[in-house]
Design a protein around this ligand. Structure first.
Ligand code: COI
Length: 330
């Protein structure tokens, strides 16, 4: 059996080797290149492909994969929003993802960034760089005095809720499905009530039509003055033009964005700032109260290990049995 892996990072190599030793019956070949129309034929002759990229999977690459007889595709990450679901289905693809590779990785990072906003660390680093070691006027706030609004209590949101509660924050949450494990930790409220009450809002929802630009001019207007935002979920959940307005007016006091709508233009690559064609990013990135990070909340040794090993095993399940417990239901 042959599995071909696209977009392999150096950090993943030891875990691929480890998995390969545990599965000597499988040959794993790989490339650092992403799956697209130029690289699709590299996997010719394989039984399945294992992929990982933020950039959309092109329709042409999917069509060519299917023409090559490869329809078993395993994503090494959770999000499936960069894939044409209709086309994949029409072509007969079976797709798996890794829904739970390390909720703690993303949850811990979102809490870190909320703390960074509260303690105004970027503002201090910026003034320290200029030799200004004064305290004032950057008086901080304490987490234990905050009302944290968790939007979405799936695996990641629930983990974050518990950590925020551990700091002594009052945690309120909105979710379509309430998590019984959070009884006594979280108060479930409507989304409108969450917007009205929270001093920190942290997003943990996928990007689907219903969540597109859910933070917008109208919803910002409902929030408390100076509210802090954390987004480690998906960029398009936030209307970035409306966020800029809300930061300018002081409605939003600070934002930590690990994901951005146009992130594939800038994240995980060397950029030349002058040449970047992304006005909202250019406006936001240098603000002292905006923390932009390049989609790194997931990026831990534990997460990478699970992403590699779980996706390879899911792909092997598809090849051997025609199904997998990680099959994405479109
Ligand atoms: C995911 O697992 O979907 C992530 O957000 C990680 C990302 C780098 C694709």
């Amino acid at each position: 059996m042959k599995i071909y892996m696209y977009g392999v990072y150096q950090d993943e190599v030891p875990y691929i080797k480890e998995w390969q030793e545990e599965h000597p019956e499988v040959t794993v070949n790989s490339t650092t290149k992403l799956l697209d129309e130029n690289t699709v034929n590299l996997s010719k002759g394989s039984d399945g492909v294992v992929v990982f990229q933020q950039k959309p999977y092109s329709d042409e690459a999917l069509r060519q994969l299917a023409l090559n007889g490869i329809t078993k595709m395993s994503l090494r990450n959770v999000g499936v929003d960069n894939l044409n679901h209709e086309l994949a289905q029409k072509l007969g693809f079976q797709i798996t993802n890794v829904p739970v590779y390390s909720p703690a990785a993303i949850a811990e990072f979102s809490v870190t960034q909320a703390l960074n906003l509260l303690r105004r660390t970027k503002e201090f680093y910026l003034k320290l760089a200029k030799g200004d070691y004064n305290w004032a006027p950057h008086l901080a706030k304490e987490m234990n005095k905050q009302v944290v609004g968790i939007v979405g209590t799936g695996n990641i949101g629930s983990t974050a809720a518990k950590i925020f509660a551990g700091f002594g924050a009052k945690v309120i949450a909105y979710s379509r499905h309430q998590n019984k494990e959070l009884e006594g930790i979280v108060e479930y409220v409507s989304l409108d009530e969450l917007y009205k009450r929270a001093t920190i809002i942290s997003l943990y929802l996928p990007h689907v039509p219903a969540t597109d630009k859910m933070l917008n001019e109208k919803t910002f207007a409902m929030m408390r003055d100076g509210v802090l935002l954390v987004n480690t979920a998906r960029g398009p959940l936030v209307d970035e033009k409306a966020l800029i307005e809300a930061l300018n007016s002081g409605k939003v006091g600070g934002a930590a964005l690990d994901v951005m709508t146009g992130e594939t233009k800038i994240f995980n690559q060397q950029i030349n700032f002058q040449e970047v064609d992304y006005d909202e990013f250019k406006d936001l990135v240098d603000r002292p109260n905006v923390l932009i990070t390049p989609h790194i909340a997931f990026y831990t040794d534990q997460a990478i290990k699970n992403m590699v090993k779980m996706s390879l095993s899911a792909n092997l399940d598809l090849i051997k049995t025609g199904t997998s417990d990680k099959l994405v239901k479109f």
